[in-house]
Design a protein around this ligand. Sequence first.
Ligand code: GLN
Ligand code: ZN
Length: 754
Amino acid sequence: MTSSFPASTVLGYPRIGPDRELKRALEAYWEGRSDRAALEEVARRLREDTWRRLAELGLGGSPSNTFSYYDHVLDTAVLLGAVPERYRHDDDLTAYFAMARGAEGLPPLRMTKWFDTNYHYIVPEIGPETVFSLDAAKPLSEVREARALGLETRPVLVGPVTFLLLSQAAAGSPDGFAPLDRLDDVVEVYGRLLGALAAEGVGWVQLDEPALVADRTPAELAAVEAAYGRLGGLAERPALLVAAYFGDLGEALPVLARTPVEAVALDLVRGTPGDVGLLAGKTVVAGVVSGRDVWRTDRDRALATLRAVRERVGRVAVATSCSLLHVPYDVERETGLDPALRGRLAFAEQKVAEVVGLAHLLVERPGADVPRLSAPQARPSTSGARVTETRAPEGGRAPYAVRAAAQAERLKLPLLPVTTIGSFPQTEELRRARAALAAGEIGEAAYEDMVRAEIEHVIAVQERLGLDVLVHGEPERNDMVQYFAEHLDGFAVTRHGWVQSYGSRCTRPPILHGDVRRPEPMTVRWARYAQSLTSRPVKGMLTGPVTIVAWSFVRDDLPLRDVVLQVADAVREEVRDLEEAGIGVIQVDEPALRELLPLRRAGQAAYLEWAVAAYRWATSGAGDHTQIHTHLCYSDADQILAAIDALDADVTSVESARSRGRVLAVMASGVAGGDGRGFGRGLGPGVYDIHSPRVPGADEVERLLEEALRVVPADRLWVNPDCGLKTRSHEQVEAALANVAEAAARLRERHTTR
Ligand code: GLN
Ligand code: ZN
C-alpha cells in the first residue's frame, strides 16, 4: 500500500491566481458576463499553473483538491452530499453558489472565520436527518487533471472530525444534537472516498484536522481515535496523512499516534515537537516553514528542529506549517518594496523554495554542519522598553454616567439616535481614481477633489435622510487597515500581495516590519472637512490597534502585545488630534478582536487582557465629553462579551441582523458585565444586514428595534446597520437608511409621547 512520503511538500497553495484571475472569472460568471465553460477554463489553468510551478521549484509532493470555487469547507459539504434541501438545484454550480452567496429569496449559509485566520469558511448545516452520499467528482478530477500533466498529487480534504466540529446543527435539530453525533455516517462516506481514490491509484491522501490544536473534550478525542482507527483499518485505501496546524496537537498527539495513519503533519512554527517520539514508526511531516507569515525561514533553526524530530521518529518530511493559502504568491513581483525589506520576505513561491532547500540539506548532508545560506537576518532595533514603560493599562476617563451626562449636554442627540458604521459605497469612479493616482496618471489634488466631492455627497444624503450622527463615508480608504498602514511608519504595503479572505474577496495585508510611529495626523482633515459641512455631529473613524495588527503580516521579533501597543500609541495620538479638531464622536473599530483569541483556553484570558488594555490606551486619552464608539462584526461577539464590555466604549455597535437576536440576548442578559446588570452603556445592534443586497422595510426594522427595546433601555439604544456600507450601492443604501430612519422616528414618537 504505502509508497514512502515525499521528502518535501506544502499542505496547500493559494488558489485565487497571482493576478486574482479566479476573482475576475467568478465575478464575470455571477454577473452573467461569462458562462460556466469560461469559468472552468480559468480554474483549470490556475490549477495547471500551480502544479507545474511546484514541480519546477523541485517540490517532492504536490497537493491537489486545494483549488476551490469558493471555499474548501463548502467543497467538503458537497463531497459528502450535505447540501441542505433548500439549496438543491439541477445545476450543481447554481446550488453551490446559492449556499455560498444566497439566491433570490434564499439567504446563504452562515460564514465565519477559519480558526484564527482572516479566511472565512461557509458553515455547513448538519442535522440528524442529513443524508450523506459520496460525490467524489472534484478530488478525482483534480487527480486526473494533474496526471494528464504527468504529475502525481496528494488530494487534500478537510478531515471528518474538523468538518463536523466546524458545522452547525441544522435548524430544527433536537436539543443536545451536535453534528459530531453523525461521525459514524460521515466516516463511512470518507471510507468510500478513500476506496475510490485507491482505485484511481492515489498513493497518499491528506486529511486536515486543525480542530485538533484547540482544547478538545475526551469524547471528541475518542471520536478522533475511532474515526482514524476505522479509516486506517480499511483494506483498500491510500496512505493517510493527518495534518493538524495552527498550534500544538497536545493531548491529541498520543491519540493520533495510536491510530494506524501513516503520517502526521505538525505545525512546528506555532507548535513544538512535544511528544513527537510517540509518532515513531510514522512519517512526521514537519511544518518548519510558516504558512502564516511572510518572513524568510531561519534555516539553522529549522534544520535543528528537523534533525531533532528525525532523531526521535526516524522518518521526516519537510513542509510548510499549514496551507500557503494565507500568504501571497510571489515576493519577486514587489519591485516597489525597499530591497532590504524584500530580502527578508518570503511569499508562497519563496516558501516552496525554502522547503525544497531544507529537504536537500536534511538528506544530503546528514549530520554535517549547516552551511549558512544567507546572511543573518538584520532586524530593526526593537523598542519593547519604550512600549512597556509608557503604558499604564487604565485610562483616565470618568465613569460612564459622568461621561454620558457630559456627552448628552454637548451632542444633544434625540432618543434612539441613528448612525452608520463608517463607510459609504465605494464608487467605481473612486477606485479608478485611486488606481490612476497610484499609477501617476492623475495628481494628488485632482484625487482629493474627488474625495471631497464624495464627502459632500455623503453628508448631504445623511442630512436628507435625517441621520443623527453623521460619517464622512471613508471615501479616501481603500481598506480599513491598509489606509492606516500607508500613513504609519513601520508598515510597508504590497502591490500584488493578495490573500483570499472569502470567495472572490481578497485583501492585501500590509507588512508591519518595524517600529510603528505616526508621523502626522491620518484622518483629521477629512473629518474636519465633513464636520465643516454640517451642524450635526460627525463621527471620526479609526481602526483599532488589534484589528490593524490582526489584518497585517506582523514582525515576529517582538511579542504581539508590544506591537499592538505601539499601534495603540499611534491611534491614541490620532484620537487626540481629532478631538482637538472639534470632533465630538470618535469610533475606533475592533472587528478583529475575537480573531486573535488564542485557540486554546489557557492563553485566552491573558490575550483579552492586553488586547483590552491596548484599546483603552488608544481611546482613554479622550475627554469625558467626547463620545467613543466601537464596532465589532464577523466575530462571534457573544464569545467575548466581557472583553467588549471592558473596552469601556460609550457606544458599541455589533453585527446582529443575521444572528436572530442571539447577540442581543447575551448582551442584555448580564453575562457581559459579569455583574448581572448586562451591558451598561450605549448599544447598537445592527438592524440592516449589509452583506445582502436586500433592502429591509421600515416595518421590519421597527420590529427589530422593538425586540431590542425589550432588553436595552430606550435611552441607551442606538440605531445602525450591521457594518460599513462600502460593498453596497448608493441606491440600496439610501433606500435602506431611509427605512431605518423612518423606523427610528416612529419608535421615538411612541416613546416620547408615552
Ligand atoms: N468603519 C468600517 C466601515 O464602515 C468598519 C468595517 C468593519 O467593521 N469591517 O467600513
Ligand atoms: Zn463591521
